[in-house]
Design a binder for this molecule. Structure first.
Ligand SMILES: [Zn+2]
Length: 68
């Protein structure tokens, strides 16, 4: 499943590690403030194996967090 992002917005996303060699394999992580950049290059990188996780869900934050 692929998730569509609008550019330059903050989302809460969940992502799953799909690397069978990783200790995080098949674990799901929540990123409470995920920035979408240009809306295309949206990646959640695993802190253990360094690979990109599969993004499962993305919920647009409403309101958007304050950026100072
Ligand atoms: Zn991993």
């Amino acid at each position: 499943m692929s998730v569509a992002f609008q550019p330059a917005m903050y989302y809460e996303v969940t992502a799953r590690d799909d690397n069978p060699d990783c200790v995080n394999y098949e674990q799901t992580f929540t990123v409470p403030e995920f920035y979408s950049n240009d809306g295309v290059h949206c990646y959640v990188q695993c802190g253990r194996c360094g690979q990109h996780m599969e993004i499962l869900t993305a919920a647009l934050l409403d309101p958007q967090p304050e950026v100072s």
